[in-house]
Design a protein around this ligand. Structure first.
Ligand code: NAD
Ligand code: IPM
Ligand code: MN
Length: 351
């Protein structure tokens, strides 16, 4: 038998709803394989902060580090509650995990599955992967407020980009492109953000010379959103910085049937720290507690997790079950539980 020791952080809003279905699917796949599955749940997030004033303590970080991987739902307090400072849970949990565990590759695949409905009238064959930087850029929290809350306020956000960070990101993207259709697009805003732009272009061009079989191109982020709408099938692998990657992957989710299908991996490719898998979406306070969230992204995040840990066949089984389930329910509106039930029924051969 092969073991898998998971940390599970369901989080806030629809996070626990979609994670519950993802765990049921995982159990189903594990029980029909030789995977010896252990999991520990960490009930962290907005409610935990309200009860304790804590987000992630050093003890919790230490405990999380011992696991093989982390399954994360979503965090973020309902904006109708005003007791929690905006973005605090997101920064002190999600970003802290990404930064502390050096999740420098934020891997976000997008595929229009047969049976999913794209809002594009002519979507074509959408199948690309965004390799988003995960530990740098404007996300580092550099900056501040001068003369805060006055009519002379000056607010700055400084984007931090290192040669080390850009090189390992770009190299990963070229390696990935080589295993796919061998096309890599750099997305940035080099016409305005000239400093980070030069750093990205320099490594992109230098590493391209080592991967001559990979065809490269470059798009400014604004133009990239045009092609993401008019011709998304042109993309194979996209490499981009933390913030542009955040934005373009929500759009990518939307064109492939909805954000409820978009899964992601926060990868520490050096293997020093546990990688973390999660839906691209957030806690969706607007639909939380209604059993209507789509759990597919969380379920596909489990598939990414399994593949990352070497359980290729089991991960593929989940992806195939999701595809088959979608094809069986085109255009139907189903509850969160029902989608979980249906995917499990496919896995057990009942459907
Ligand atoms: P969101 O992704 O939570 O929701 C955007 C829209 O998509 C909403 O209308 C929501 O109902 C819908 N949606 C999201 N997931 C869905 C699903 N599985 N099925 C069906 N519909 C779904 O983004 P937001 O509204 O900007 O953010 C809400 C909170 O989540 C904020 O606090 C934000 O900071 C946080 N957030 C957290 C993460 C994360 O934990 N990884 C990611 C994004 C946003
Ligand atoms: C995501 C989210 C996060 C991000 C937020 C909640 C910090 O939007 O995972 O895409 O911006 O990375
Ligand atoms: Mn996002």
């Amino acid at each position: 038998t092969r073991s898998l020791d998971l940390a599970v952080i369901p989080g806030d809003g629809i996070g626990p709803e979609v994670v519950a279905q993802a765990l049921r699917v995982l159990q189903t796949v594990a029980s029909s394989s030789d995977i010896d599955l252990a999991q520990r749940e960490y009930p962290l997030g907005a409610d935990h902060w309200r009860a304790t004033g804590e987000t992630l303590t050093e003890d919790t970080m230490h405990a999380l580090r011992q696991h093989d991987a982390i399954l994360f739902g979503a965090v973020g307090a309902d904006p109708r509650s005003t007791d929690i400072p905006s973005g605090l849970i997101e920064r002190e949990m999600l970003l802290k995990l990404r930064f502390s565990f050096d999740h420098y590759i934020n891997l976000r695949p997008s595929k229009l599955l047969p049976g999913a409905t794209s809002p594009l009238s002519n979507p074509g064959e959408i199948d690309f992967v965004v390799v988003r930087e995960g530990t740098e850029g404007p996300y580092v929290g550099n900056g501040g407020r001068l003369r805060a809350d006055t009519d002379q306020e000056i607010a700055t956000e400084v984007s931090l980009n290192t040669a080390h960070g850009v090189e390992r990101l770009v190299r990963y993207a070229f390696e990935l492109a080589q295993t796919r259709r061998k096309k890599l697009t750099l997305i940035h805003k080099t016409n305005v953000l000239v400093n980070a732009g030069k750093l990205y272009s320099r490594y992109f061009n230098a590493i391209a010379a080592e991967y001559r079989d990979v065809q490269t191109d470059y798009l400014h982020i604004d133009a990239a959103t045009i092609f993401m709408t008019t011709d998304p099938a042109r993309f194979d692998v996209i490499v981009t910085d933390n913030l542009f990657g955040d934005i373009i992957t929500d759009q990518a989710g939307a064109i492939t049937g909805g954000i409820g299908y978009a899964a992601s991996g926060n990868i520490n490719a050096s293997g020093e720290f546990p990688s973390m898998f999660e839906p691209v979406h957030g806690s969706a306070p607007d639909i939380a507690g209604q059993n209507i969230a789509n759990p597919t992204a969380a379920i596909l995040a489990v598939a990414l997790l399994l593949k990352h840990r070497g359980f290729e066949a089991e991960g593929a089984k989940i992806e195939q079950a999701v595809e088959k389930d979608l094809a069986q329910h085109i255009g139907e509106t189903r509850s969160t539980d029902a989608i979980g039930d249906d995917i499990i029924a496919v896995l057990t051969g009942e459907k």
